[in-house]
Design a protein around this ligand. Structure first.
Ligand code: PMP
Length: 289
């Protein structure tokens, strides 16, 4: 199962089968921690500085003091990739509050645990990608920023997991989460875009969306290609009536959506999706060769 995985825990490379954390780690006990998922191609991590910047923001929001500098984290990532048999794959950086006593108070945790995993990740088959995926709008909502800001990439993904279980139960591949006002936030582990009359639209991050790195890259690529692109508050109506809809994420890359709540999306895969997917693949290649 983990035959291709390489692991780094608190300064040491550890065989995947022996990679373990304490049962008293507050990341395990309470989801008290943060993470990043990064893709690498040709042994080069794509947009690592942006991921590390977001990691720092998540850490700041949770008052989690990183035990490593950015430079040391970059070195640890390089070290873990160097021992991996993979040249292309997915790497995860996890920082937990560390080992502490039972009870949620984080002050007993003396030192954050730092884990890096390098492995493969395939979210969907290429056949599914070319056909597009079906989604439902989940009854599970993204929390508002005054409860738990969804911009924090924390170790607690129960909200997304519950929405994903709703998709499983409905027999479709993905769920779209709304915020408490019924506006579109994002997918379970991806950002959402629609195309309406040639305009590319995505919900603002203050509406419950993670500030996705792929989202940012896609917005940049659209603007460079002369496609009008902006953040916009969206409701289910906008999804049902969209010309195109697609999801973006490090794991997902770009995935077209062909159906939402039984309503067929007009174009799947649409022209804008195809243009941006191609531009994205080209950019990845340019930056990692
Ligand atoms: N939203 C959520 C909830 C996610 O977990 C992810 C994946 N990290 C994304 C959006 C997409 O972000 P990115 O493009 O940075 O991977």
């Amino acid at each position: 199962m983990f035959e291709h995985a390489s692991c780094w825990i608190d300064g040491s490379i550890v065989p995947a089968s022996e990679a373990k954390v304490s049962i008293f780690d507050h990341g395990f006990l309470y989801g008290d921690g943060i993470f990043e998922g990064v893709r690498f191609y040709n042994n080069k991590a794509f947009r690592l500085p942006l991921h590390l910047k977001r990691l720092l923001c998540s850490a700041a929001a949770l008052q989690l003091e990183l035990p490593l500098s950015i430079k040391e984290l970059e070195q640890a990532v390089a070290e873990t990739m160097a021992v991996s048999p993979l040249h292309e794959g997915y790497l995860r950086i996890i920082i937990t509050r560390g080992v502490g006593v039972l009870g949620i108070n984080p002050t007993s945790c003396q030192k954050p645990t730092v884990i890096i995993i390098v492995d493969q990740l395939q979210m969907i088959t290429e056949e599914q990608r070319s056909k597009g995926v079906r989604a439902i709008i989940a009854s599970t909502r993204r929390p508002t920023p005054d409860r738990l800001d969804p911009r924090i990439k924390s170790l607690n993904y129960l909200n997304s997991i519950m929405a994903r279980m709703e998709a499983n139960y409905a027999g479709v591949e993905e769920s779209v989460l709304l915020n408490d006002r019924g506006c579109v936030a994002e997918g379970t582990a991806d950002n959402l875009f629609i195309v309406q009359e040639g305009k590319l639209l995505t919900p603002p991050t203050t509406e419950g969306a993670l500030a996705g790195i792929t989202r940012l890259v896609v917005l940049d690529l659209a603007i460079k290609a002369g496609i009008p692109a902006s953040e916009s508050i969206l409701t289910p109506y906008d999804l049902y009536t969209a010309d195109e809809c697609f999801l973006t994420g490090t794991g997902a890359k770009l995935i077209p959506v062909r159906e939402i709540d039984g309503r067929e999306i007009l174009f799947c895969p649409g022209k804008v999706y195809l243009q941006l997917s191609e531009a994205f693949a080209k950019l990845v290649q340019q930056e990692t060769t």
